[in-house]
Design a protein around this ligand. Structure first.
Ligand SMILES: [Fe+2]
Length: 308
């Protein structure tokens, strides 16, 4: 695959310093220049001040490819879709017509991760951890995300974004749901999902941690500091299979800890599904709160838009 990673994104909010502090507590490293890094992915989050009166937004995201030859092919695909782009300094820059988000494609090193050794666990008839407490029960240090996994955007024009990303940029569709398509630009099941929504806004960003214990421990540490951050979890998705727990940052963006996502290395062995009903949201977990589907500030903004 010529595309191989979701490199980074820029989040614009009315309260950048609060948001930077939140993501530092979430486990990212604050570089002191408006950017934050993950353990394995480097600088992946850039936080900026949103323009006065504008809604919180993801203004830009960057996709990593192997080399500059990939850019010419993407430019030709975009021309066919009648979407403008420019190639300058080894970067292709264009705009997603469905969300207005700037999309940059640029050659990047592939993310290389040290193999994580899973903790010994006990199963029926297969006891691996004897005479010892589980690591997940005794670990105390804060969770630190290994890499950015995916971003999810809402828009009234999700189909336009999906076409732009799949036929133009070269994302592959892993599964479809009623509200959009899970698309990948790496081996991970999804890196971007653009879903139908009443307005353009960032729904959530998702960050990889080691295992389900890290998902639970990370979320509980965040809630101990501020219980009002809880949105939805712990659960397991069907599309992508990942464990999840969603929290809310001080600007209203949801941030997800995830682990154990499906990984697709041979496209011919993966059957994209049209996932129906509740499975489009999850396989198990607590029922999703209404604010998960329709975040409170988005709902309030729409009421204001209709009444003014
Ligand atoms: Fe997610």
């Amino acid at each position: 695959m010529a595309l191989h990673r979701l490199t980074s994104f820029t989040l614009q909010v009315p309260n950048p310093q609060d948001v930077i502090s939140y993501y530092e507590e979430f486990g990212l490293t604050d570089n002191g220049d408006g950017s934050l890094s993950t353990m394995d992915g480097g600088r992946q989050l850039y936080v900026e001040q949103v323009a006065p009166g504008a809604f919180r937004r993801i203004s830009s995201f960057t996709v990593g490819c192997d080399d500059e030859d990939d850019l010419g092919r993407i430019a030709a695909n975009l021309r066919r879709l009648q979407v403008e782009c420019s190639i300058d300094g080894g970067r292709l820059v264009t705009v997603d017509p469905g969300t207005g988000t700037e999309v940059v494609v640029a050659p990047e090193e592939r993310v290389r991760q040290e193999p994580f050794k899973p903790a010994d666990a006990n199963y029926p008839g297969n006891l691996q951890r004897l005479d010892a407490r589980a690591a997940g029960a005794v670990l105390e240090e804060r969770v630190r995300p290994r890499k950015l996994g995916h971003i999810v955007l809402g828009t009234p024009d999700a189909a336009d974004s999906t076409k732009f990303l799949s036929e133009g940029i070269g994302f592959k569709v892993s599964d479809r749901v009623g509200f959009g398509a899970f698309m990948r630009c790496s081996q991970d099941h999804h890196n971007v999902l653009v879903m139908n929504a009443p307005m353009v806004y960032p729904h959530h960003t998702s960050w990889q941690v080691e295992d389900v214990d890290a998902v639970g421990r990370g979320a509980m540490d965040m809630l101990e500091d501020d219980p009002g951050r809880h949105v939805w979890g712990l659960g397991r998705h069907y599309a992508g299979s990942n464990f999840f727990w969603y929290l809310k940052d001080p600007a209203g963006n949801f941030s997800e800890y995830y682990s154990d996502m499906d990984c697709i290395i041979d496209d011919s062995l993966w059957d994209p599904e049209s996932v129906e009903g509740a499975r489009g949201l999850f396989r198990w977990g607590p029922p999703p709160p209404p604010s998960m589907i329709n975040p409170e500030d988005v709902a309030a903004h729409m009421v204001g838009a209709h009444s003014s």
